[in-house]
Structures are given as C-alpha cells and as structure tokens.
Unconditional design. Sequence first.
Length: 222
Amino acid sequence: MLSCKNISKHFLLGNSLKSVKVLKDVSLNIDAGQITALKGPSGSGKSTLLNLISGLEEPSYGEIYLNKTCLNKLSINELSSFRNNNIGIIFQFFNLINDLSILENISLPLLLRGVTKKTAEQNARVLIDNIGLLDRIDYKTNLLSGGECQRVAIARALITEPKIILADEPTGNLDAKNTLNVMKLLISNCRMNNTSLLMVTHDESLISEFDKVLMLDSGKIV
Ligand SMILES: Nc1ncnc2c1ncn2[C@@H]1O[C@H](COP(=O)(O)OP(=O)(O)OP(=O)(O)O)[C@@H](O)[C@H]1O
Ligand SMILES: [Mg+2]
C-alpha cells in the first residue's frame, strides 16, 4: 500500500554548502490496514519521514508510492488533491482552526473536496458522536482541553476515509489517561475502516496493539 524506496533527505545548513543527512536510504512498506508505530530518539528523523510521506516535503533521493501513485511525480496541485483524497494527518499540537467550531473543523476537509455542507455536517455529526463530544458540537475549539482537541483532530483526519493516517506524536502533549483514550480511539477507528496508521509514539503502554514497530536511529531504519 505505502512503499518508501531508498529515500534520503538532506538539508542545506543556512547559506553554507554544508548539508546534514537526516534520512539515509530508508525503505519501508506498510500494508493496507496495518497499524505501525514509528519509534526512535529525538532528532532521528521521525517527523522528517512523516513530512515526506505526507508530501509536505520532497525527498533528496528515492521515491514514495501510495498504491500505484508516485507522490514525487505529482505537481503541487495534484499533490494537494491526492493528499485530501488519500492521507489523513494528525499533529502533536492539533493544528485545529480555533475560530471554527468542532462541527466546522471536522466538516472542513469534505467542504474542500466539494461535498455539500449538509452532507459534510451529517457525516461530521456521526464522528463527533463517536469521539464523545456531541454536547459541545458548536464550541469553538480554543475552549477545549488538549485531549478533546486531539479527539477533534482524529475525527477531522477520519472524515475523508483516508487510506492512511500519519500521526506525529498525537499524544505527546497529553496526560496518561488521555493518551490511552486517544490512542485507543485512533487505533479502533483505523481497524474498523481498514485504514493504515503510521504513528510516531514513545508510549509503551499500548505497543501490543500495533501490528509492527519501526525504529529509526540516526536517519536509518534499524
Ligand atoms: N529544515 C531543516 N533544516 C535543517 N535541519 C533540519 C530541518 N528539519 C529537521 N532538521 C534536522 O533533522 C533532524 C531530524 O529532525 P526530526 O524533526 O525529523 O526528528 P524527530 O525524530 O522527529 O525528533 P523528535 O522526537 O524530537 O520530534 C534534526 O537533527 C533536525 O535538527
Ligand atoms: Mg518529531
């Protein structure tokens, strides 16, 4: 389903000719519906790898395929529509739009896709029920707790029924109880929809729920 073939990422340092090699010849495969954890020390390249897979950055070498599509051959416009149709992204700091309500935040990806407001909001309501926030559906998201924000971000990633969800330390900012709830919610929804999940996590308590654990060290899969 997802296939990274020999990808490397180098960053130029400031104006100098020196570059840092952040990812070194990384190859990996994730099957449809596979729930994968990505672990590794700080600075090992986990976020960089997720940014490449989501198409937010380009690899220096190598190619990334999602099913038969090579992300690195798409134009910027093709890439953003491909992302909207296939990839869900969840960040550590939620990246919700604070001026919008829960309902509006979760409906937005479908509106961007051209779905009518009525249908988008109907679908969003089902997910808002699933994340346990129906009683706060019209709250602006800046009034919510961290755990609640992350539940909203999960619903926003799920609403487009992506083939894969990329989550970069989605519980990094939450306490132990919310970490468990958020991870369970995310994993069970991915299982239900046969959505693949690639999640950066340092949390060991639910590691047995994952099908596979990948470890990055100094830019290499070990
Ligand atoms: N735009 C950039 N320019 C130069 N160096 C960068 C850039 N982005 C990331 N790096 C470097 O790449 C390395 C890997 O960063 P990355 O954010 O992928 O690590 P990480 O594994 O996600 O770490 P953490 O667990 O702390 O989030 C770091 O040393 C970082 O300084
Ligand atoms: Mg990171």
